[in-house]
Structures are given as C-alpha cells and as structure tokens.
Write a protein that binds this ligand. Structure first.
Ligand code: UGA
Length: 436
C-alpha cells in the first residue's frame, strides 16, 4: 500500500520504517529539515535497537522516503499522524497544536476514499473534533493508538500485542477498519487481536493502558515506602505477589520511579481531561500516582545524603545512568538525570555516565560532568548511584573491581537491579529502594 507518516519523531520514524519493512511504499513527512535529512540518509536521529538496519533497508529499497514537502503524500491512501502531544506549558493538559497543524496541512492533499489514521496520544474527544475537516475532503478519520515501548519499538510496531482502531459509524468506518486490517497483515494474519471501536474508546484505551502501568509502578513504590519503615524487602514482596497470575510480576519494579516522554505526561493529561469532563474524581488517584512517583526521587537523594553523614558539599558522586530507562537515549523526564541534578544542586561533584544518553544529557544539563567510561566515572567516587538499569551496570559491573577504583565503597541502587549479597560481600555498603 502507498502510505504516508506525518511526524517523524520517535513514533513516526519507527512506524514509517516498520511499514516499509513489511512491504508498503512509505513517505515520511516532518517539518524539521535536519531530521528529514538524517532519516533520508538512513541515519536514526535517536538510539533505538534495530532501527538503523530497518531504515537502511527501507531507504535502499526505495520503499522509504522522507521529505518536508507535504504535497508528496498525494499518492498515499493511508496517512498516519504521529506528531507529538507534549504537556502544555504552564499546565497539565496535552498541547494539541502539532496534531491540529498536521491535519490542517494534510487536508488540502487528501483525495476521496483516503484514510487518515491518528496515532498520537490525544485527549478523548479529539478525533470527533477533527473528523469533519477530514470528511469534507471525502476521506475518513480513524484513531489507531500506538503502544510501542522505547527500546523495543521495532518489535512492538511489527508484532504488537493488539491493534486498536477507532472508527466512525457506518460503511465508511467498516471499510477503513478493513483497510487497516490488511495494512497490518503480518500481525493480523497470525491472529493478533484487532479491536474495532468507536473514537472515544480507542482514545481512552491508550491513556488507560499508560495510566494502569503508571499505577502499577506507583503501587509497588508505595509498598517500598512502607517496607522502608518496617524493614521488609519490596523486591521479595513483588516476587511473592507477582506469582499471582492476576497481578503478574512485570512493572512491579520498585525504584526511583517512572519517567520518559509518555507515562508522566499522559497521566497528567488524562487527569486534566477528566476535570474538563466534570469527572476529575474518577481519576483523582492519578495525582497520587504522580506524587508517589516523584517522592521516590526525593528518597534516592535522602539515601545519598544520609549515607554521606548529612553533607554532600564537595563530595564526589558517580551516577550510573542518565536515560529514563535502559536501551534508550531518551532523557525526557528522566528520574535518573533528575536525581543527578538535585545532588549537584546540593553541592556534590557529580559525574554522570550512560552508554547512550550522554550527548542528550549534556545538552540539557551542561552543569554536570559527563564521562563515557564507567571505570573513569567511578574513579575516586565517595558514593555510587545506579539509576538506570543498563546491563553494563546490572550484569557487567564487578563489585570487587569497582571497589578498587572508588574512594569509598557505598552504593545506592536506585533500580534494585544489583545483587546486594554480592556487593556486600565485596565490602560495599549497599542501599536499595524499599529494601533493608
Ligand atoms: C510506555 C508504555 O509502556 C508503552 O506501552 C507506550 O506505548 C508508551 O509509554 C507510549 O505511550 O508511547 P515507554 O515510555 O517506552 O513506554 O517506557 P516503559 O517501558 O513503560 O517505562 C516507563 C518508565 O517506567 C521508565 O522510566 C521505567 O524505568 C519505569 N519503570 C518501568 C519502573 O520504574 N518500574 C517498572 O517495573 C517498569
């Protein structure tokens, strides 16, 4: 099929490349010339495993093109909207200006029978608001939310858990759903659940899923707070409750909490939208979820301060991790980097290391010191913090070897990803999150 993808950020770039890899003819459109140039040369503008190969294959096959010129979408029959919906400045609601601008720029090039498929995460009610502009051009608007995880984006796009398409009532909606079912054929042929809903349900599925995941993480972090005053171990607690298939162990990782470009802003936007709908109390708990999450960063800072006997002034601190999670160079709302910045603010001499995110971190927080070599970052440190659970720290870091280069063997494990027994055996004072 001939398709276009408008917005070539995280979601759009991966979607465009993935759709080309399954045989579609794809044109990606973005207003950012640098991004378009990089993508057209098959260079991924961010770190995502598998994306560079997929881009290279797509571009060299001729099935994948990138442009800043919207008129290039004229031959496409399905147009995906994958632009960002960041948190509005000075408020919690989503900023929809990029979605509105994308639709406005696209409409003049639509033909009767085309399908516009929104993938951006939007407040419920957005698709209904945009539908008439699209249908005036004889095209059909559907909402097709995306559930990809950074770090697994390629796999999640080609082989998702489920596909959801919100369509308008009637034949046009049925037909559009059928076109998307065919478009996603590798997944739909093998029986991946394909759910056709109305607009509001599709929009809500997306924010409900992220709200649930955020709630699960904050639930276990709330248990960590209780564990901290009772001497219990939250990781054992998570293992034990996780054996109940109704609960499940995934996303029960207690630590410094969630960050990134999605979970934090999505729960805030959801709460703001619910307020607008007069149903603020229905998701009032999301404010608590947010508050618990942010308290975990305070807790990590507290642990460092108390481990250093109350004063950080001039203390050498090695921070292992800057990305909001491993397998990503994304530092948007990264708890890891936030903790590093706070320690710096308290007077510590902070050196941050990360396998992929240093360049981004340096751009945002030039006041911190950065070091790509873990061993050099550890040199003479008076305390070590692990705040992103990269394999480089979780698996590869040997506590005895690390102990040779630091000034003091104190480690704060902000992700509960190290083995306390091994670290203590190598002479370290080990502090976890919600662990004795
Ligand atoms: C999240 C959702 O998982 C995706 O399904 C969704 O499509 C995406 O947002 C989006 O809306 O675009 P992502 O932001 O890539 O994906 O990251 P997650 O894997 O969900 O992790 C989010 C944060 O939670 C990270 O900071 C991670 O370290 C933290 N986390 C995760 C925990 O603190 N504990 C856990 O047990 C799991």
């Amino acid at each position: 099929m001939k398709i276009s993808v408008i917005g070539c950020g995280y979601l759009g770039a991966v979607h465009a490349a993935a759709m080309a890899s399954i045989g579609h003819e794809v044109v990606g459109v973005d207003v950012d010339e640098n991004k378009v140039k990089a993508l057209a040369e098959a260079r991924a503008p961010f770190f995502e495993p598998g994306l560079p190969d997929m881009l290279a294959e797509g571009v060299s096959s001729g099935r994948l093109r990138f442009t800043t010129d919207m008129s290039q979408v004229k031959e496409s029959v399905v147009h995906f909207i994958g632009v960002g919906t960041p948190q509005r400045k000075g408020g919690y609601a989503a900023d929809l200006r990029y979605v509105d601008a994308a639709i406005e720029a696209l409409v003049p090039f639509l033909k009767p029978g085309d399908i516009v498929a929104g993938k951006s995460t939007v407040p419920v009610g957005t698709a209904a608001r945009l539908a008439s502009a699209v249908s005036k051009a004889g095209a059909t608007l559907v909402w097709n939310p995306e559930f990809l995880r950074e770090g697994w984006a390629v796999q999640d796009t080609i082989d998702p858990d489920r596909l959801v398409v919100g369509v308008p009532d009637g034949d046009q909606g049925d037909r559009a759903a059928e076109v998307l079912r065919r478009l996603y054929y590798p997944a739909t042929d093998k029986g991946t659940p394909f759910l056709v809903t109305d607009y509001a349900t599709a929009e809500l599925v997306k924010v409900a899923a992220n709200a649930f995941l955020a709630t699960k993480i904050s639930f276990i972090n709330a248990m960590a707070e209780i564990a901290e005053v009772t001497g219990a171990d939250v990781t054992q607690l998570a293992d034990a409750i996780g054996h109940d298939a109704r609960i499940g162990r995934r996303f029960l990782g207690a630590g410094i909490g969630f960050g990134g470009g999605c979970l934090p802003k999505d729960i805030r936007a959801f709460a703001a939208r619910a307020e607008e709908l007069g149903k603020g109390e229905s998701v009032g708990f999301l404010r608590e979820v947010d508050a618990i999450n942010l308290r975990r960063r305070d807790r990590a800072v507290e642990l460092v301060v108390s481990a250093l006997d109350g004063s950080l002034h001039g203390k050498k601190v090695a921070v292992l991790g800057a990305a909001f999670k491993p397998h990503s160079d994304d530092i948007r709302d990264s708890p890891a980097l936030d903790v590093a910045v706070r320690l710096h603010g308290l007077g510590a001499a902070v050196t941050v290391t990360d396998p992929e995110a240093l360049e981004n971190a340096q751009r945002l927080h030039p006041q911190l010191q950065y070091q790509s070599d873990t061993r050099v970052a550890l040199q003479d440190a008076e305390i070590v913090l692990v705040v992103t659970e990269w394999d480089e720290y979780r698996k590869d870091l040997d506590p005895a070897e690390a102990g040779e280069v630091v000034a003091q063997r104190i480690v704060v494990d902000g992700r509960n990803c190290l083995d306390p027994v091994a670290w203590r055996a190598a002479g370290w004072d080990y502090y976890g999150m919600g662990r004795p």
